[in-house]
Design a protein around this ligand. Structure first.
Ligand code: GLN
Length: 495
């Protein structure tokens, strides 16, 4: 077989089962592609020995005729996941040299299902960012370029390495995490599918925490079917995560019928932002028409508190981050600054954290401690929590009115240039999350599906938001949209 790295999970699974190829072959092809793609900055730790061993074990298992769907599938793993004995740094200097003694629940479930780990993937430091520019490893780069312009573009963030690696066919799929959009925005920027499950569907155990009430891991894949297959292996109840839901896991792949007749799709008017590029408007109305043609009922809806989502998120997420990151103190994990004669414990904390954390992480810790401080707790943190409840109620109201899924753009623009936002106000960067943070605040499942190209030839994504725990239905709507949009474009190889 040719082009093994271009296979989807479903195609690779079927080909391996038929004996047309082996995990060893696909894995070697991916390792070679990774070796030739240093310019993308996607893989930051390489694990070819582990991959080769896991692939051999997977091939033996497939031969028995009783292998799970993910068996033998080579994956990239976001650096936020703790992987036993393998550097897991959350792209931060403070975790340099940290090799966990344990495996995150998600990766251990994937490996138990026979998946193969090619290495760890670049990301924004502690998953804080929308462009992968806050990483201690340097930028990840989008395999797409604008027309004939060779300016390097962001693959989005924080799961930028995952996005770049999947879009450039360095792996068949990757894990991502999403606190405010970090799976869906990068997926949209590189033309792949990114799913954030319902909060509690996937265990957070062993994933470096950013904002614990918002964080959720999910699959980043070449298409919707692969999302269904990979989610199946990632999710389920985990007693080690007290917020993980003890609910049955449906068969997501078998829900992909492509039949959405009679389903009601909500179009929220508040997502029609001022100054939204015409191309995004058009993509959105084209997507609406596609779902209508497929037999869905289109309904204009209102989510009145949408405008408060971004400010509420940028209070709640930093508040939780400042508390979660307190553990990086020079004692328990990773880096400790060199101390001078006479330095005490305070100097150790100060120097370690000043050296170990980059500027964006420091900004979040400062915002977080500020909004949680005695004089401001009610004015900021408690108010943001109340806003969060209202946002959640907005969604509950439309779902109670019979809406099955909500269609919105995934991002307010296509991928922008690396460095283009460096001098901008940080709020410009935060605006990237305008369509995605509501979903995390409400704990809902959301998926980004590539749906078109902009004038400059860059991918654009549409987002579908589903009812809690109804990923199966959501995936089926996304599958229908994917089929209608027929997005098949690939970046031209330059790396
Ligand atoms: N861009 C958002 C932030 O910086 C979301 C990040 C994420 O989802 N991890 O907080």
């Amino acid at each position: 077989m040719t082009d093994l790295t271009k296979l989807t999970i479903a195609k690779a699974r079927d080909a391996m089962r038929k004996g047309d190829t082996t995990s060893a072959e696909i894995t070697q092809a991916c390792l070679a592609a990774i070796d030739g793609a240093g310019a993308l900055g996607a893989f930051v730790h390489h694990t070819p020995e582990i991959a080769t061993e896991q692939a051999a074990a997977a091939d033996a298992r497939i031969k028995t005729g009783d292998a799970p769907d993910m068996c033998g599938i080579p994956l990239g793993i976001k650096d936020l996941f703790c992987t036993k004995g393998v550097p897991s740094q959350a792209a931060s200097g403070i975790l340099e040299g940290f090799k966990p003694e344990y495996e995150s629940t998600v990766t251990s479930q994937l490996f138990d299902a026979g998946a193969v780990m090619l290495g760890k993937l670049n990301m924004d430091e502690f998953a804080m960012g929308s462009s992968n520019e806050t990483s201690v490893y340097g930028n990840a780069v989008n395999p797409w370029r604008r027309g004939n312009d060779d300016a390097a573009l962001t693959p989005g963030g924080s799961s930028g390495g995952s996005a770049s690696a999947v879009a450039a066919d360095l792996c068949l799929a990757a894990t991502g995490t999403d606190t405010g959009g970090s799976i869906r925005q990068p997926a949209a920027f590189v033309g792949i599918t990114g799913l954030k499950p319902t909060y509690g569907r996937v265990s957070r155990w062993g994933i470096v925490a950013f904002a614990s009430s918002l964080d959720q891991a999910g699959p980043m894949t070449k298409d919707v079917r692969d999302s269904a297959i990979m989610l199946q292996a990632m999710c389920g109840h985990d007693p080690k995560d007290s917020t993980s839901a003890d609910l049955a896991v449906p068969d997501f792949e078998s829900a992909l019928s492509g039949d959405i007749k009679g389903k009601t799709i909500g179009i929220p008017k508040e997502y029609r932002m001022d100054g939204m590029p015409e191309e995004i408007e058009k993509l959105w109305s084209d997507g609406t028409a596609m779902l209508k043609d497929a037999g869905a009922v289109i309904k204009d809806i209102s989510l009145p508190h949408t405008q408060y989502a971004l400010p509420a998120y940028y209070v709640i997420a930093p508040a939780e981050a400042s508390s979660n990151l307190a553990r990086y103190d020079g004692v328990r994990f990773g880096h400790r600054a060199k101390l001078a004669q006479g330095d005490g414990i305070t100097e150790m904390y100060e120097k370690t954290r000043a050296e170990g954390f980059g500027p964006e992480v420091q900004r979040r810790v400062m915002i977080g401690t500020y909004v949680l401080s005695a004089g401001f707790y009610d004015a900021y943190y408690n108010r943001a929590r109340r806003v969060r409840t209202l946002i959640k109620q907005d969604f509950e109201t439309v779902f109670a009115d019979g809406v099955d899924a909500i269609l919105t753009p995934a991002t307010p623009s296509a991928a922008f240039g690396l460095g283009e936002m460096t001098d901008a106000d940080p709020i410009q960067m935060y605006l990237n999350d305008v369509f995605t943070v509501t979903v995390n605040l409400a704990g809902l499942p959301g998926i980004s599906v590539p749906a078109g190209l902009d004038k400059q030839g860059l991918p654009l994504g549409l987002q579908l938001i589903g009812r809690p725990w109804e990923e199966a239905d959501l995936l089926n709507v996304a599958y229908t949209l994917e089929g209608a949009a027929g997005f098949v474009a690939k970046p031209t190889k330059w790396w």
